[in-house]
Structure formats: C-alpha cells, structure tokens
Design a protein around this ligand. Structure first.
Ligand code: BEZ
Ligand code: FE2
Length: 404
C-alpha cells in the first residue's frame, strides 16, 4: 500500500485540497491523511509539497505510432497535399520506424504523463512494442480501402491483425477496431467488420478536412482528383449520414469532426459518440478549427488526442492542451483549462470504457504528480497554471507501480 498526501489534487472532475490517496494496484480509499495513516500503518508515505499537484494519469485516445519516424518529410497546410506526401513517403517512413522508434514514442508519452493511449494501427507493426509498453493500450486495428474488388482481401488482412492483437489481450491491452474514414472504407467492408467485432471499442476519422466534406457531400473538389488519380473512382463510396447510420448502436470515438455541421453534431450527440479533438494536427493539415463550444453545448463528450508524428511534433498532451488554449481564444480561460484536464483524463477514460481517469476507490491506480514553479494561488487558477507550466511529470504510477 502507498499513501500519497496531496496539497493539490485534480480528481478527474474538480480541484481538491489536502487529501490522502491510499492505493495498491487500485485506488483503495481517499480521505484525510491522519485517518489513512492510522488505518494503513505499514503503507509507504509520499508527502507532496505546496507546489505539487496529483492527477489521474493522462489518456491520449488517438496516436499513430507507425508514422513515428516522420520529422520533415511531409507537406503541411492542406490535407490533400499532406495525404499525397504521405503516399510518397509512406514506405520510407514505415520502414524507418522499428522497435527503438516505437519505444521512443512510448517513453515520450510516459514522461509527459500519459498512462493510457489508443494506438491506431494500419499494419500491425507496432503490436510487440505496444504489448511491452508500461501503459494501458487500446489497440485500434485499422481497416482501410474503398475499392470494392479489394474488400475480401482487406477483410481477411484485418481479421488476421485483429486476431494477433487478441492473443495479447490483458487488463493493460485491449484489442479494438478503427474504421479509417467514410471516404476510405467501402461500406461492405465496414459492415462486415462491425458485425464481426461487436462489443469492441471503435474509432474512426470523421469529417476532418474541407476536401473530405466537399467530396462526401458533392463528389467534387481536391479529393475527386485524388480518387481519380490513385483509385480510379469518380464518386464517394459513402456520405456522412450513411456512415453514422452504420455506426448506430455502437458508441464510437470520432476523430476530428472539424467539418461536421450542426445537423451531424446533433446526430453524433444522439448516438452517444464522442469526438477526439486534435488541435495541432488540424492546424497543420489545414483542416480548420473544431467549434468546441458547439460540441460542448450539444453535450458531446470531447477528448484530446495528439494524432501521430505524421501530423504533429510531439506526443505530449500538455503541449496539446496549450495548443487548444490558444486555438479556442474566446473560451473563458480558467474554465476551459479545467475542461481540458477533464478531456485528457475522465472523459477519455469513459469513452474508452476503462476504470481510469478519475481518482476514486476501485479505479486502477494510474496517477501522476507534477511540480509547479511556485505555489498556486487558488483552486480556480490551478488548472490553467498546471497546463501552462508542465513540461514533464515528476512521478507516474500505472496499476500502482511506479515507472517515473
Ligand atoms: C482508399 O483506399 O480508398 C484510401 C486510402 C487512403 C486515403 C484515401 C483513400
Ligand atoms: Fe489520425
């Protein structure tokens, strides 16, 4: 048993002061330090200072480790230009990312406080690294391919990858499913996969770029030339409404949704989906700003993801939070900072269906501590100050085991 006595604590919902947390692999009890110390006299005691904050470990639900070798290869500013540069450099980038490259990304997440991540896997190359990761991993095997002739081959490749990941299942490794996007997965393939994988966590990129919106809505724009050139297609395989209809009954983590209009957001809300917001990726790929205030008003849970190093410069969720603070410049600062902490902890955990992200008895003891440069003034300003000043974390526990 360990007891951490925290002067400042974010429990996944709100800021608290002067609280003790007793845990082994799970959180056992929270309460006054004196009571916990008396009840568990054998416990190791960690007493945090006035400058330290205890939080649930962060949850990053959307990362592509397979593209971790990218630094300066790809073209930014426009989604189609980026996609074409990905196609040009794909083999080179995928071949360049081996065990050390996966490990570096996993370590970066660890040292910046991410205790759980959702790895979107197109090829299955990073399975071994994810199994060996200290973090909890939701491993999203991704299906991609819109050509009708390829459906059977793609389905069998997907099932092989899914089965390989199922062999690794544990309480720290959850096999799951990703449908790449409405424009890139043939509905027949999508239906087969959804049918076969009921009950597994599900994610999909959705309405990311203006080009995607124009292609899916009107069959025109830059995506048309792309599809004609690379795939010999002159019409989209799906529209956004049909895509959401196919997801009915299956709560899905929809990534981006920057270009979803209010009608689509209403459908997303009614279906119980969540939205993974990736502000830096959206900016670099020319996708626009997610109307996060509208998403919030409609009661859609939004989470925060870094996306992969193919559309970002780090997998550090604190940097992602700082980017979100700057991007959504009209949001009331202190309240928005508190909401960002919730997005990166409890809301992401709820969307993934994992008992983490909140410091409550029964949850896994996935915890981090950060040290601020000085004593924070009060509860209201603590979230913003924590986001502004955290570069890396000081201590990190996963399932009660200390890793940092
Ligand atoms: C496709 O297979 O249809 C596809 C793959 C990647 C991007 C766009 C489309
Ligand atoms: Fe992505």
């Amino acid at each position: 048993m360990t007891i951490i006595f925290a002067r400042w604590l974010f429990d996944g919902e709100k800021i608290l002061q002067n609280l003790g947390i007793a845990f082994d692999t799970r959180i056992v009890e929270t309460g006054s330090f004196e009571i916990l110390e008396t009840r568990y006299p054998e416990a190791d005691i960690v007493e945090l200072s006035e400058r330290e904050v205890l939080l649930p470990g962060l949850v990053n639900p959307h990362v592509h480790l397979e593209f971790g070798a990218n630094t300066t290869h790809l073209r930014y500013g426009d989604f189609i230009a980026w996609l074409e540069s990905v196609i040009t450099h794909r083999d080179e980038l995928i071949d360049a990312c081996h065990a050390a490259c996966y490990k570096r990304q996993i370590e970066e997440m660890l040292h910046t406080g991410t205790t759980c991540f959702g790895a979107v896997s197109s090829y299955g190359k990073e399975l071994k690294a994810c199994r060996a990761a200290p973090q909890r991993v939701v491993y999203f095997n991704e299906a991609i391919g819109s050509r009708p002739a390829a459906v059977d081959a793609l389905y069998s490749d997907f099932m092989q990858r899914l089965e390989a990941s199922e062999k690794a299942a544990s309480d720290r490794f959850v096999p799951a499913v990703a449908i790449h996007a409405p424009y890139s997965v043939h509905p027949v393939l999508m239906k087969k996969i959804l049918h076969e994988t009921e009950g597994k966590p599900l994610t999909a990129h959705f309405m990311e770029s203006p080009a995607e919106k124009m292609w899916l809505r009107e069959g025109r724009g830059a995506f048309r030339l792309f599809f004609e050139t690379y795939l010999g297609q002159s019409r989209p395989v799906c529209d956004p409404e049909t895509f959401l209809e196919m997801l009915e009954g299956r709560e899905t983590l929809l990534t981006h949704a920057v270009q979803a209009d209010e009608t689509l957001l209403d459908r997303i809300a009614a279906a119980g989906h969540s939205i993974i917001h990736c502000p830096r990726s959206n900016r670099l790929l020319g996708c626009g700003r997610l109307a996060i205030e509208t998403v919030g008003e409609k009661g859609i849970p939004w989470l925060l993801g870094t996306d992969g190093l193919s559309s970002n410069t780090s997998l550090n969720l604190w940097e992602e939070m700082r980017a979100a603070l700057m991007l959504h410049h009209l949001a009331p600062l202190d309240l928005f900072a508190l909401d960002l902490l919730r997005a990166a902890t409890s809301r992401a955990a709820d969307a993934l269906g994992l008992p983490v992200g909140r410091i409550v008895p029964g949850n896994h003891a996935d915890l981090v501590t950060v040290e601020l440069p000085d004593t924070p003034e009060n509860r209201e300003t603590l979230p913003l100050q924590t986001i502004l000043h955290t570069r890396k974390i000081d201590r990190l526990y996963i399932g009660g085991k200390r890793h940092v």
